[in-house]
Design a protein around this ligand. Sequence first.
Ligand code: NI
Length: 153
Amino acid sequence: MALRTILTDEDELLRKVSREITQVDDRIQELIDDMIETMYENHGIGLAAVQVGVLRRLFVMDIQDGNGPYILINPQIVSQKGTQVGQEGCLSVPGRWGDVERPEKVVFKALDRTGKPIKLKAEGLLAVCACHEFDHLNGTLFTDKVTGELIRS
Ligand code: NI
């Protein structure tokens, strides 16, 4: 495993749409391991592949709920319900935070790291995190969706 460099928001790659993963091969396994290590090292709760410069539809999460790390390959939103507003930040947008509206509950379908189809039912913080990471796959940053003031520190 190896730490990877996290791109920051002046990098145009973060604005691109990531491509589907057609084969969950050794390269993808290595990428997943590196992303998890990089996420933990930087005290993040989620990381999308594009944030380490790989335009592939994959993200990892760990919200410290005892079930992580979550790994979602080619995720799709199946359903969503309700709304919640919470303060978000992003490893690619250092020093800035702001309130974003997200669904309270969201169901994703995806592949796990063995290539097996899975469903993830997320609510609360996990729903926030999953939607934030999913947005990265489409070139969207939380700063695009902040309601109210963007907080800088
Ligand atoms: Ni982010």
